[in-house]
Design a protein around this ligand. Sequence first.
Ligand code: ADE
Length: 335
Amino acid sequence: MSSPKRTKIEQEDVLDLTLRPRTWDDYIGQDKIKQNVRIIIDAAKQRNEPSVEHILFYGNPGLGKTTLARLVAEEIGVDFRVTSGPAIERAGDLAAILTNLSDGSVLFIDECHRLNRTVEEYLYPALEDFKLNLILGKGPMARTMELKVPRFTLIGATTRLAAVSGPLRSRFGAIFGLNFYDTNDIVKILARSARLLNVAISHEALDVLAKSSRYTPRVANHLLKRVRDFAQVQSQEGITAEITRYALDNLEIDPLGLGSNDRRILEALIDKFNGGPAGIQALAAATAEEEETILDVYEPYLMRLGFIARTPRGRIATRLGFEHLNKKTPRGAIL
Ligand code: ADE
């Protein structure tokens, strides 16, 4: 009898778990953040404090916010519980999560800019004094009940620091922004992942992949898996630069890592708005994309490449952006 087959999604999950760094040494890059976070933990340990200050990580998707939070919990030696802003719909959901924590646990709230404001109000006393003030009943019969919750450390993550409410932001003892990785670090991450996936890969292939990885570990690992599929189907022993280029070409990913959607955004800005300036709403409508996706996924990388820039009047395509799409650059376009 063969073992039950895993679905594609479950296989991906298993792979992601396999590739996730398990120790600080495995976690490549973001050196300043690692150093500062470890000081916070060591200092709290030296003072014998039962929990560490609440920490907020912000940065683009796929840069390793969850992984960092997991490492913090591991370093302190406590439980790691995961939830997300939109998953906590009502105060009751929050109460269920908090009362089920153990002492010292790390509670990770992803997308914490999407917590609803009522839930946030309940969260504040829990963050400050480890208590919840629940309201039982309605109208004149309503009573408040104070409920103690275990001491815990909140680690929040967000792709949009500016969208986290002021009161919530001020409850974090430390706030760290994750940056895009440099290409050398992406090469190291890819080399480690290839080792874990047990697949040989040439130096040149690592280089080609790294340049298409949007300076983002999650993208790098996904591309590595896709390229491995191509190599396997073509019965190649390992991953060469040639098969990597062939795979990226088939996936419509260009040598700088732009996919068809990124190009569509840049193209719309150039063709439909004459290079801009265009507001985010107009750009979203013209490309049938969600504003949020443009803000979180496409725009940061296009800006990192210097293909678009933000001005007070909206986004504009730069000379580099025009050139990348082989469009005639208008006079006066900025570099
Ligand atoms: N996977 C995701 N983020 C990583 C990192 N910073 N180092 C190594 N592997 C990673």
